[in-house]
Design a protein around this ligand. Structure first.
Ligand SMILES: Nc1ncnc2c1ncn2[C@@H]1O[C@H](COP(=O)(O)OP(=O)(O)OP(=O)(O)O)[C@@H](O)[C@H]1O
Ligand SMILES: [Mg+2]
Length: 159
């Protein structure tokens, strides 16, 4: 069953369970843009997803490393662009190559880099209403016509 649509969750474990269901829909080369305010539950969603793919170790927020890879099938790379100072930092990450070889990319704060957001095959947006406690609204959408990652043309690559 698809997880496309709007979900209201009322606790952290419900976010992880939704992510686990979402994980079953992933295909090689998917790029998932995960957005929402600080503390919304983006990393929690990624944890639920990785657990569902069989990864049992720790999932840390890749805030400083920008990108962290996991030995799942397909391989998943978790990125967090909150602290991305210069889009050229993306060059070293080689996201387009990872995607072309069929790995899955999960990108928190994807909205910081419009090229990334436009290339997403899925969007997961988490909203935290005021005084919501542990309630969240999670919108999951499959993008009908995702763009390719063409960072080179946007000047992100040197030479
Ligand atoms: N329904 C819920 N879903 C997810 N997290 C929840 C929920 N209710 C409470 N929380 C809490 O909210 C916090 C979410 O933290 P998390 O690191 O996942 O957010 P984030 O969106 O990745 O933040 P950041 O923007 O800093 O990366 C956790 O402390 C978690 O326990
Ligand atoms: Mg996070």
């Amino acid at each position: 069953m698809t997880t496309e649509g709007t979900h209201r969750v009322d606790r952290e474990s419900a976010t992880r369970e939704l992510a686990a269901r979402f994980a079953r829909q992933l295909r090689a080369g998917d790029l998932v843009a995960i957005t929402g305010p600080l503390g919304a539950g983006k990393t929690t969603f990624v944890r639920g997803l990785l657990r569902a793919l069989g990864y049992e170790g720790r999932v840390r927020s890749p805030t400083f490393t920008l990108l962290h890879g996991y030995p799942t099938d397909p391989p998943v790379h978790h990125a967090d662009f909150y602290r991305l100072a210069d889009p050229e930092e993306l060059v070293a990450l080689g996201l387009d190559e990872l995607r072309e070889r069929g790995d899955v990319l999960l990108v928190e704060w994807a909205d910081r880099i419009p090229e990334i957001e436009r290339a997403a095959t899925w969007r997961v947006h988490i909203e935290t209403p005021a005084n919501a406690g542990s309630r969240r609204t999670i919108r999951i959408a499959r993008m009908p016509a995702p763009g390719r990652l063409r960072m080179a043309r946007r000047g992100f690559y040197h030479g």
